[in-house]
Design a protein around this ligand. Structure first.
Ligand SMILES: NC(=O)c1ccc[n+]([C@@H]2O[C@H](COP(=O)([O-])OP(=O)(O)OC[C@H]3O[C@@H](n4cnc5c(N)ncnc54)[C@H](OP(=O)(O)O)[C@@H]3O)[C@@H](O)[C@H]2O)c1
Length: 293
């Protein structure tokens, strides 16, 4: 087995690299900024890829995409969020069709923000897409992953918010707490579907080494934003003393992207729970003991 991690230099990719190292599975990283011997150059926006070392790749894990919560969603940014996933994956497919004769497995990553936000519903994998920007993005993104669906092993992981004190959303929430500026966004009652980074990586390894699972929600639990903020504050040895941040303030600061903080979403994890993989982090309180795990 030789794995190609596309967009493997980021938050999830770095943790995945460590796990592959520990498992003795060899891998290469497809990156726009190759910096190490096992990095392979590509620039999907310019349709460029160094295809000279892809011959032995047997599995692809596709994590690539411009950061959803990094910048305000202007019209230009929205195009970038879509193109860095959809056009990039289409280009990857074209190149792999020509240069990866040994390819047998593919895991494409997407997200759970695909259904709109009615938390009286618990959305499972067969629920139809909504029509807001993120839902539309996820629909197109998964469409591009499906170019690979004739491979013997094919899966799409719809991830909830990936939690780890090492980075991602956790660190964004934790930073203001250092200055006693932590506050709960909105009412705090909105539900956040989440999964711990170790479980994302653990499940990727599980699927790589067992069999494909098709489309699957990779979520451990749906917890309230209040509980999430307070758990992080507790772990950071901080206290929330400020009042909740009103939704209109979040909208003023973040624009449309603020929906990631204010909207409520409940995701069904039945399919994941029926696999042989057992998630290690199931309650937010498990995060407190992260280091000891
Ligand atoms: N973290 C979460 O909570 C979460 C939740 C749901 C879904 N996801 C999805 O899971 C994937 C990985 O997440 P992550 O947190 O590891 O993201 P990340 O840290 O932002 O890493 C994403 C990688 O994508 C590549 N990339 C960035 N901009 C790109 C562009 N314009 N064109 C092509 N490649 C680009 C980068 O690799 P190079 O710079 O080396 O090319 C980067 O290392 C992302 O697609 C993300 O949307 C994440």
């Amino acid at each position: 087995m030789e794995v190609l991690i596309v967009g493997g230099t980021g938050f999830i990719g770095k943790a995945l690299q460590k796990a592959l190292d520990l498992s003795g599975i060899s891998y290469k990283i497809l990156s726009r900024h190759p910096a190490k011997a096992n990095h392979v150059f590509w620039d999907p926006a310019k349709q460029q890829l160094d295809n000279t070392s892809l011959n032995s790749i047997t599995h692809i894990i596709n994590l690539a995409g411009a950061g959803i919560a990094e910048k305000r969603w202007t019209r230009e940014r929205k195009k970038e969020l879509i193109n860095s996933r959809v056009e990039a994956t289409q280009f990857l497919y074209t190149e792999c069709s020509k240069h990866c004769p040994s390819l047998e497995g593919y895991i494409g990553i997407s997200g759970v923000n695909a259904f709109g936000f009615d938390d009286s519903l618990c959305y499972n994998e067969s629920h139809p897409f909504a029509t807001d920007f993120l839902s539309n993005l996820v629909e197109q993104w998964e469409g591009s992953h499906r170019l690979f669906d004739k491979l013997p092993s094919f899966s799409i992981f719809r991830l909830g918010m990936v939690l780890s004190s090492q980075g991602g959303a956790y660190r964004k929430i934790a930073v203001p707490m250092k200055f006693c500026m932590g506050a709960v966004p909105g009412s705090g009652k909105q539900l956040v579907p989440w999964i711990h980074l170790d479980d994302v990586v653990g499940f990727i390894l599980h699927v790589l080494q067992t069999k494909s699972v098709g489309l699957i929600h990779v979520v451990s639990n749906n917890s309230s934003m209040k509980e999430l903020t307070q758990t992080i504050a507790h772990k950071e040895r901080s206290k929330i003393i400020l009042p909740n941040i009103p939704v209109f303030v979040i909208r003023l600061i973040f624009g449309e992207m603020g929906m990631l903080l204010t909207e409520s979403l409940r995701i069904d994890r039945t399919k994941l729970s029926q696999t042989a993989y057992k998630t290690r982090f199931n309650q937010l309180s498990d995060l407190i003991y992260e280091k000891e795990n």
